[in-house]
Write a protein that binds this ligand. Structure first.
Ligand code: HEM
Length: 176
């Protein structure tokens, strides 16, 4: 079996992003456990924003590291259609990891709210605009829902390759 792997920064960024995305979804899905306007609910939202913006930052770094390394070969080689499908899903995942945080940033900007980032305050991307808030919120929710399906397909494919096909697909994303 091939020992070729992704570079260490790519592996670290992949699993860190995975943990952050869990946190991003959990903070939003469970915000309803706290009353509207309560400090706990506000904290959940702030953590959601900061983890989501961190995903954006890490994704930019990840694309940069990824562009400097050739795609490590899968052994034995899967059929071409699987490569094409994987490339499509990966592209959609990158679009989601960039698009969702940017949409979130646009929502807060359009609402005229503070954009918190680990003790810093990021600048607004656009001027306050009530009409745009709703459009960005709907898009954010739509893409976030599609994100569950994308992440699910991605994870099922990885498990299928590892346990059924028994190739090195998943091992390429594992540290030593
Ligand atoms: C990977 C990144 C992100 C994911 C997966 C994600 C996911 C979600 C989900 C699932 C919801 C709940 C939608 C609903 O059912 O109403 C939501 C809401 C929201 N998100 Fe994100 N989000 C991300 C990044 C961000 C960022 C970076 C910000 C802001 C800087 C942000 C701002 C918001 C806002 C304002 C809401 C509505 C919250 C409310 O007032 O109830 N999101 N997001």
């Amino acid at each position: 079996m091939s020992t070729s792997r992704y570079s260490l920064p790519t592996i670290a960024l992949h699993w860190l992003t995975f943990l952050l995305i869990i946190g991003v979804y959990v903070t939003m899905e469970f915000r309803g456990s706290f009353e509207r306007g309560s400090p706990e609910r506000e904290l959940m939202k702030t953590v959601h924003y900061m983890l989501g913006l961190t995903v954006l930052l890490l994704t930019v770094a990840r694309i940069w590291f990824r562009s400097r390394q050739a795609y490590p070969a899968i052994v034995p080689q899967p059929p071409v259609w699987q490569h094409k499908l994987a490339a499509l899903v990966h592209l959609a995942l990158y679009a989601m990891m960039l698009g969702l945080p940017l949409l979130g940033w646009l929502i807060l900007s359009a609402e005229g709210k503070v954009i918190p980032f680990w003790g810093l305050e990021l600048p607004a991307l656009i001027a306050p605009n009530e009409e745009l808030v709703e459009i960005f919120e709907d898009l954010h929710e739509l893409v976030a829902d599609a994100g569950y399906a994308l992440i699910g397909i991605h994870a099922v494919a990885a498990i299928y390759h590892h346990h059924i096909v028994k190739d090195n697909t998943l091992l390429r994303m594992k540290g030593k």
